[in-house]
Design a protein around this ligand. Structure first.
Ligand SMILES: [Zn+2]
Length: 310
């Protein structure tokens, strides 16, 4: 089963994807057929250039071999499409670039309103989460936390505080394993264990899921869909590695601001030092608010997109 991995770098709608990631995006679109077609057509064009210098019998043989290879490729595609998750992959395809299907991963929500969603992964964390909560209170904004189940178990009072203060909670798996390394059963278990912990501690069942590092495959999407989740990724990452200072980090995101944008940041993942993130956050919030943007939670943002479609 093919792996679709976005990692922490790509920010699909805002800048061109690296070649491999662009292929992966096409792979998702229309249930990986576009990706395969893309590859097959590139291979076909290389073959065509070579064939022009060959004799007619050789050309015919090459053509026959080409057809056989293409046929075998298609047979494999069909087998994979039929092997679980194909319906989910097909359903997700159209969204991959438009954000228009409920089943697909969401990078950004199409809306004309000047709203953005600020999201935090990998918490709760005793050092960084209280600082994020304090900033949110001071700036009067609501954010979305994608929580790791094991960290909720360690710091339940912080998860409770996030919920009590009106922030949205999402599922970021129990143990932050990269999901393509796991079986579908393990994918389900990772999601369900985190879900149970959020419900036990915060009294609410999450409906948003973000796979660790954005890495996923058909099993992941099928598991999330089967459990009633909407997969939420991001439009832009605050912790963009080449940005050296908190000012650069924040200004880069402010420059890229678009209505419906989902911003990824982290309030956890030790031993990574998130102090730069914490210093960038007030600059980011002020900068976006100066540009007329309002901060909403991911569920609020999704509702705006749904309202626009209906
Ligand atoms: Zn994470």
């Amino acid at each position: 089963m093919a792996i679709w991995r976005r990692g922490c770098l790509p920010e699909a709608p805002e800048r061109p994807l690296p070649k491999a990631a662009a292929g992966a995006q096409l792979q998702l679109a229309d249930g990986r057929r576009l990706h395969r077609l893309h590859i097959l057509s590139r291979e076909a064009s290389v073959k065509k250039q070579r064939v022009t210098r060959l004799s007619i019998p050789t050309k015919l043989t090459s053509l026959l071999i080409g057809c056989l290879v293409a046929g075998m490729g298609w047979a494999k595609v069909h087998r994979e499409l039929e092997a679980g998750a194909s319906a989910v992959l097909r359903a997700t395809g159209r969204l991959a670039r438009t954000g228009k299907t409920a089943a697909g991963p969401v990078w950004r929500v199409p809306t004309e309103q000047k709203v953005v969603a600020l999201t935090f992964d990998d918490g709760p964390n005793p050092v960084y989460t209280p600082q994020v909560l304090k900033l949110a209170r001071e700036k009067g904004i609501k954010v979305t936390f994608f929580l790791i189940g094991r960290n909720i178990q360690l710091y339940p009072e912080l998860a409770r505080e996030e919920a009590a203060e009106g922030h949205a909670l999402g599922n970021h798996t129990w143990d932050h394993h990269e999901m393509p390394q796991l079986s579908r059963r393990q994918d389900m278990s990772e999601i369900e264990r985190c879900e149970d912990e959020i419900e036990r501690i915060c009294g609410q069942r999450p409906h948003l899921f973000r796979p660790p590092k954005g890495a996923m495959n058909g099993n992941t999407l099928a598991a999330a869909a089967a459990l009633g989740y909407r997969v939420v990724l991001w439009s832009v990452a605050l912790e963009h590695h080449p940005s050296r200072t908190p000012e650069e980090m924040a200004q880069r995101v402010v420059r890229m601001a678009r209505p419906g944008m989902i911003i990824l940041a982290h309030d956890g993942a030790p031993p990574v030092d998130r102090s730069k993130t914490l210093r960038a956050l007030p600059i980011l919030v002020d900068g976006l608010q100066r540009k007329g943007y309002r901060f909403v939670t991911v569920p609020e943002l999704l509702a705006m997109g749904d309202a626009k479609r209906s």
